[in-house]
Design a protein. Structure first.
Length: 529
């Protein structure tokens, strides 16, 4: 039978994809047994008519259901290019049996699914894994004990560490947690449930994030308890047993399966993607990072992402000469795509120091003094605009409105006489003192590019917690890991750093007011190529 009409319409709306090589057949509602008696539902998309040709198989395991957009983006689009595609609902979702236990059953259920594939007449013994975001997590769970049939993987915007998603350097990623929990809880129940919950969240977002207990308020607005959100919020300590065994980064160590990692410079999972690439063996990996957010990569960027994905999978599953691994990145703001010899490329760490006179310079200011102060008012927290996230303002934006706020610290260099190219991980090394607070504070650092017209565009940023007791009375030395980037500061532009006591609601804000003194010797360290 043919794929559902809605899937075919959605597929026709996708732009920039290769010309289809095959028609697509459809086998819905396949029941796949696992050892504990549970049955998992799956749909198969396949080249039709296939004739006598044999086609490799792709497995997509999803906690978000098997319908739109996944049926078109992965099921139909990849089948057109000569793959059997099995799109399977995770345990306890979209008709699959059992109880959903995020991050717990993906390994055993994946292995049981591969065992079932071995009994299919159309399965050639050549298997690839593909999937985005939380759909990449089941792939890493299977790769932790890879079956012999696994010959290639493509991980889009991939997550391997749930704690690292919910907490960035120990700070709760409030807005992303709310959005992700809504998708996780409702998307597998169909478009109507997902759209309704998304609209309720949008209408109630301000009320939720301003509440004394945002998670409790969220459940009131949505009208139901979301276990994945409640569990994450209740366990802020990464060593808590709640998170035990959920970090799958170790699956990449020595993995002899050719793997393509795809991410974006404003992707909320960028650092996890780069960690995966860094742990994979040289010669068995490829990296693609574009000018995307977590959601735009599969919309504006899908033509590029799909083309690279098909080439990698076909090359390692069907062609006699597989492709070699590459590092392809976009260099902002205007340089476009570039191939690098490695990630990260060789670079010189260059420190830029905030000065008491409002400037940013290469030389460290003398003495031991405050070069500026940032303040946190829980009634009026510093707002978040742009950056890596799931919210509607994610990506690159003009940061001037936030920079004009009195509670933030802004330091700007003189116009650059020549271009400076920054490629790799960025970090801030702060000396900070926090008087009159017994507890923890947060500090947010952002790197911006200021053009000749004064527009300040965010490049990358990072946040961290400070133990106020260790930063008072003596300053505390703190290294803030900011996100990696590939950016070219053009001649005449200026480098700017903005330091604030948070970025709300992207990150949860503290409930007590405090000040942070930024002391001389603080710096942002840029990897200059």
């Amino acid at each position: 039978m043919k794929p559902a009409r809605s899937t075919r319409i959605f597929r026709r709306a996708l732009r920039g994809l290769p010309i289809p090589k095959h028609g697509v057949g459809y086998e819905p509602g396949i029941r796949i047994p696992v050892p504990d008696g549970v049955e998992l539902l799956a749909d198969r998309y396949f080249p039709d008519p296939g004739g006598a040709r044999e086609f490799p198989t792709l497995l997509v395991r999803s906690p978000y259901g098997r319908g739109l957009p996944w049926a078109a983006l992965f099921g139909m689009a990849f089948a057109e290019q000569g793959f059997h595609v099995v799109v399977q609902s995770s345990r306890g979702t979209a008709g699959s049996g059992g109880t959903a236990q995020p991050w717990r059953d993906d390994g055993p259920d994946g292995r049981a699914t591969v065992a079932w594939l071995r009994s299919r007449s159309w399965f050639t013994g050549r298997l690839g894994l593909v999937g985005p975001s939380a759909m990449a997590y089941p792939a890493w769970a299977l790769a932790a004990e890879p079956p012999p049939e696994l010959k290639a993987m493509v991980m889009h915007l991939p997550l391997h560490n749930p704690y690292g998603f919910f907490y960035r350097n120990g700070v709760f990623a409030l807005e992303d947690a709310l959005i992700a929990a809504t998708a996780f809880d409702t998307q597998h129940r169909g478009p109507r449930a997902f759209l309704g919950a998304t609209l309720r969240l949008a209408r109630g977002m301000k009320r939720i994030v301003r509440a004394e207990q945002p998670v409790v308020e969220y459940e009131r607005v949505l009208g139901r308890r979301i276990p994945v959100l409640a569990g994450a919020a209740a366990h802020p300590d990464p060593s808590d047993g709640y998170w035990q065994g959920t970090d799958l980064l170790g699956a990449a160590d020595g993995l002899d399966v050719p793997t393509l990692i795809v991410s974006g410079w404003s992707d909320v999972a960028l650092e996890q993607a780069l960690q995966q690439y860094g742990r994979l063996p040289a010669g068995r990996r490829s990296l693609l990072v574009g000018p995307w957010t977590h959601t735009s990569a599969l919309r504006q960027g899908f033509g590029t992402v799909f083309g690279e994905s098909v080439a990698w999978l076909r090359g390692h599953l069907a062609d006699p000469t597989p492709p070699k691994g590459r590092v392809q990145v976009t260099v902002g703001p205007k340089d476009g795509w570039r191939e690098l010899p490695a990630w990260p490329p060789a670079a010189v760490p260059v420190s830029w120091y905030p000065q008491a006179d409002g400037t940013l310079a290469r030389n460290a200011p003398g003495g031991d003094e405050a070069v500026g102060t940032v303040r946190h008012d829980p009634a009026h927290p510093t707002p978040s605009v742009g950056g890596a996230g799931l919210g509607r303002t994610a990506g690159t934006h003009d940061d001037q409105a936030t920079e004009r706020r009195p509670e933030v610290l802004v330091r700007t260099s003189a116009p650059l006489p020549e271009a400076i190219e920054v490629i790799g991980p960025v970090a801030a090394e702060l000396l900070a003192r926090i008087p009159d607070l017994d507890g923890a504070a947060t500090v947010f650092v952002r790197l911006c590019d200021v053009d000749e017209r004064g527009r300040s565009r965010n490049v990358c940023d990072g946040i961290a917690r400070i133990d106020a007791r260790s930063a008072n009375p003596a300053p505390s030395a703190l290294t803030i890991t900011m996100s990696s980037t590939a950016h070219r500061f053009l001649p005449g532009h200026r480098i700017r750093i903005r330091i604030s006591a948070g970025a709300h609601p992207r990150f949860a804000a503290g409930r007590r007011a405090y000040e942070i003194e930024v002391r001389s010797g603080s710096a942002v360290v840029l990897p200059v190529v």
